[in-house]
Design a protein around this ligand. Structure first.
Ligand SMILES: Nc1ncnc2c1ncn2[C@@H]1O[C@H](COP(=O)(O)OP(=O)(O)OP(=O)(O)O)[C@@H](O)[C@H]1O
Ligand SMILES: [Mg+2]
Length: 405
């Protein structure tokens, strides 16, 4: 016995995938034996503990087979099991499980179906529950959705049936080990070279700004790159759901929201954390993703002397930003008028991202102001043509004034 099972793959088209018809998965009996041994190492066994447990589980193997088995078991016990090798692929940004035999990956900007088969719907559910536990969260019938960060930094979202219509659904977003620098984003065609001085000036002038864009357009990545430009003498407090921001900066502290425990107690939300951050002598308050009532606390913070703050916001176009802010602020009981007044004085700019196929790029920089009618308005200061040329818009003068230029 090698301790590794070869799992046959079903037939069917897997566009773009090499003809990898089998996937190696650790033998369940051996896995149980290894898990039992690891229980002695406490809740966070190291990779060495796993290798040692495989060795002492009693199977006699050659060194090649032992190394292969060790890798498979480590993936099962510490990582995302059979999905781990997808997450380890530097080109893969997302891994999406819809059913045991429907595992999709986004590689280099394109969704493709992988040849991996996870077995049965129960095994998918077990994997989701185990991943959630690895991220310190519960996932069960009473709490059937989870948003967590795995120990390797990947972001996990999972939903169990019947909320998921069919099999448990798993969505994993891989973590780039290193943040993109602004220069790398320029080289990748994501930031027009002409925008670099504008972005640098926004950060240097301690403007408060939002990075907006649709799902997966690179908002968090760009915000990390911009925070890396913050002067090293400033203290950055990042408030997040799942700790994704990775600015290259010497003085960053993180506050992570927490879900309630089994008894429904102990939840700490983003609003709470924004208020906590105010007491922590922040030079910059950063909200990883603004997606609910915490928008009120952020606007209040930015209006009470905490300039230079920033956040990402989901919006399909820069012009949708006011409506998005109003909708979120309504969750906190704010009227349209008060959002307009607060946001216009708290926020200086919006940096909007767009995605065309695999390409993600800054499509516009806009200023936030109040229209003469009293409504919140976002006015284009720089528009970037699909060919990558920045063109000044009607908001340019206001933006230049804000940047002290
Ligand atoms: N400019 C870029 N070029 C290539 N890949 C990128 C770029 N920006 C981001 N990515 C990759 O795309 C994926 C999504 O990026 P990111 O998490 O920053 O997007 P997002 O807009 O914050 O997503 P979400 O809406 O889920 O919060 C990541 O894996 C990231 O590494
Ligand atoms: Mg994001």
């Amino acid at each position: 016995m090698s301790g590794l099972e070869r799992v046959a793959q079903p037939d069917g088209p897997h566009p773009g995938r090499p003809p990898d018809r089998t996937v190696r998965r650790a033998d369940p009996v051996l896995l149980d034996a290894v898990r039992a041994r690891l229980a002695r190492h406490g809740p966070q066994p190291t990779a060495e503990d796993v290798t040692e447990a495989v060795r002492s589980a009693g199977t006699v193997l050659g060194s090649q087979a032992l190394a292969e088995l060790g890798a498979a078991v480590r993936a099962e016990v510490l990582g995302a099991g059979p999905l781990q090798r997808l997450l380890d692929d530097p080109e893969v940004t997302d891994v999406l499980v819809n059913a045991p035999d429907q595992v999709w990956v986004e590689r280099a900007g394109r969704l493709e179906r992988s040849a991996i088969d996870l077995g049965t719907p129960t095994q998918v559910r077990d994997l989701a529950v185990r991943l959630a536990a690895a991220g310190g969260q519960r996932l069960d019938d009473a709490s059937p959705t989870v948003d967590a960060r795995l120990p390797d930094g990947s972001r996990l979202h999972a939903v169990l049936p019947p909320v998921a219509g069919g099999c448990a659904l798993i969505s994993l977003r891989t973590l780039r080990r290193q943040a993109f620098t602004l220069d790398e984003l320029v080289r990748a065609g994501s930031v027009a070279p002409g925008l670099v001085p504008v972005l640098r000036a926004l950060v240097a002038a301690r403007a408060s700004f939002l990075v907006s864009g649709a799902t997966g357009t690179g908002k968090t990545t760009l915000l990390s790159a911009l925070l890396s430009l913050v002067a090293p003498t400033e203290r950055i407090v990042c408030i997040e759901e799942s700790g994704e921001l990775a600015p290259d900066h010497p003085h960053v502290v993180r506050l992570l929201a927490r879900a309630a425990n089994v008894d429904g107690a102990g939840a700490i939300g983003l609003s709470d954390l924004v208020r906590q951050a105010l007491r922590m002598r922040p030079d910059r308050i950063v909200l990883g993703e603004c997606r609910g009532a915490e928008v009120r606390d952020v606007l209040t913070a930015l209006n009470t002397g905490h300039e230079g703050g920033c956040a990402t916001l989901h919006a399909n176009t820069a012009a949708d930003v006011p409506a998005r802010l109003e909708a979120l602020a309504a969750l906190a009981g704010m009227s349209r008028e008060s959002v307009a007044a607060q946001a216009a004085s708290a926020l200086d700019a919006v940096v909007h991202l767009r995605r065309d196929g695999p390409r993600r790029y800054i499509a516009a920089v806009a200023v936030v102001r109040r229209a003469p009618t009293g409504e919140l308005a976002v006015e284009t200061a720089v528009d970037v043509t699909p060919g990558g040329l920045p063109v000044r818009g009607p908001g340019w003068e206001a933006l230049a004034r804000r940047m002290g230029a």
